[in-house]
Design a protein around this ligand. Structure first.
Ligand code: AMP
Ligand code: MN
Ligand code: MN
Ligand code: MN
Length: 285
C-alpha cells in the first residue's frame, strides 16, 4: 500500500528535547515535505518554539506546543498541549517545575550510566542537545547507540533504559490535572498523546480518558505514524464515545524506518478535528 502523507502534523521534537534536528532544520524538513502545519511539541519545554516560528518565515504554520509528562495510576502518560501562549505565566511556572524534575532524573540516569562504563554521560548528552534542552531517555538512547553499545535506540531501551534495566530511574511525575490546567491557562488544548503506547487494558484506557476529560482534557491523538490500523479505528471510536477532539502526530524525532513527518496520519471524516477549536483560528487551517 502506498504511504499516505498528511500536510498537518501536530506532534514533533527538536533538539530542545530528544529530537535530532534543530527547530530550524525541522521546519525546513516540514517545508520540503509540503506540510502546511507543524506543531513543535518538545518534552516539557517550549524552548524551540521561537526559533521554529522564525524559521517558518511564512512558508508553513507553526503551532506552539509541548509534550508534558505526568503519572496516572503509576503509568507514565504524555499530554500534548497545542496552540499555546508560550509567555503565559502559569505555563512557565509549570515548565520550570518539570525542568527541575527532568534535571534530577537525567542526573540520576547519568550516574547509573557511569556504572555501566559511560563516562560523563549526562554532560555528553547535554552537549549534543540545544542549550537548556530537556534531557530524556531518548537523548541517552542516542548516546548509547553512538558509543556502539546498542544497535538502535530501541535496543538501547531494551538493554539499559526501560523499567527493570540497569539505567532505569523511576520518576514520579505529578498527576494529569496540573499539566492540563497549565495548557488551558495558556489558551491551549490538551490532547492525550499516543494512547496505545501505554501498557493499559482497554478498560483502564477508558478510565484514563474519563479522568483526562474530567480535569479538562479535550483531545485524543488518534493517528500516529507507527500504529496498527485497528488501533486507529479503536481510538476514533473512543473519540466519538467520549465526545473528544481528534488529533494526529508523527512524534518525529529523527530519520528512521517508518518515521517521517506527516507519515500515515489519517483521521476519519466524521471525527471532530482538534483544529476546529477557536484557539486554532489564527493558524490558518
Ligand atoms: P523520558 O521522558 O525520559 O521517559 O523519555 C521518553 C522518550 O524516550 C520518548 O519520548 C521517546 O522519545 C523515547 N522512548 C521511549 N521508549 C522508547 C523505546 N522503546 N524505543 C525508543 N525510544 C523510546
Ligand atoms: Mn521523545
Ligand atoms: Mn510521548
Ligand atoms: Mn513525543
Amino acid at each position: 500500500m502506498a504511504a499516505f502523507f498528511s500536510k498537518i502534523d501536530l506532534h514533533s521534537h527538536s533538539n530542545a528535547s530528544d529530537g535530532s534536528f534543530t527547530p530550524t532544520q525541522l521546519v525546513q524538513r516540514a517545508v520540503d515535505r509540503g506540510l502546511t502545519h507543524l506543531a513543535l511539541t518538545d518534552h516539557d519545554s517550549v524552548g524551540g518554539v521561537k526559533e521554529a516560528l522564525e524559521a517558518a518565515d511564512g512558508r508553513i504554520n507553526i503551532i506552539p506546543g509541548a509534550e508534558l509528562s505526568a503519572t496516572w495510576n503509576n503509568q507514565l502518560v504524555h499530554i500534548v498541549g497545542l496552540f499555546l501562549d508560550i509567555e503565559n505565566a502559569d505555563l512557565k511556572k509549570f515548565l520550570e517545575k518539570q525542568k527541575e524534575i527532568r534535571i534530577q532524573r537525567a542526573v540520576a540516569i547519568g550516574e547509573k550510566m557511569e556504572r555501566q562504563g559511560f563516562k560523563n554521560a549526562y554532560e555528553e548528552c547535554k552537549k549534543r542537545a540545544a542549550p537548556g534542552a530537556s534531557i530524556t531517555r531518548g537523548n541517552y538512547a542516542k548516546y548509547i547507540v553512538e558509543m556502539g553499545r546498542a544497535q538502535s535506540t530501541d535496543d538501547a531501551f531494551n538493554t539499559y533504559l526501560k523499567k527493570g534495566k540497569s539505567c532505569y530511574v523511576n520518576t514520579v511525575w505529578g498527576g494529569i490535572e496540573e499539566p492540563v490546567k497549565a495548557i488551558k491557562s495558556a489558551g491551549g488544548v490538551a490532547v492525550l498523546a499516543h494512547p496505545r503506547r501505554y501498557t493499559l487494558t482497554n478498560t483502564k484506557l477508558r478510565a484514563l480518558i474519563e479522568d483526562f476529560k474530567m480535569v479538562g482534557g479535550e483531545g485524543i491523538e488518534v493517528a500516529s505514524s507507527q500504529m496498527k490500523p485497528d488501533d486507529r479505528v479503536y481510538l476514533g471510536e473512543l473519540c466519538r464515545k467520549y465526545d473528544m477532539l481528534a488529533s494526529l502526530g508523527s512524534d518525529f524525532h529523527n530519520v528512521g524506518p517508518f518515521r517521517e513527518l506527516g507519515l500515515n496520519l489519517i483521521l476519519e471524516e466524521d471525527l471532530k478535528k482538534v483544529w476546529s477549536v477557536p484557539a486554532a483560528l489564527k493558524y490558518n487551517f
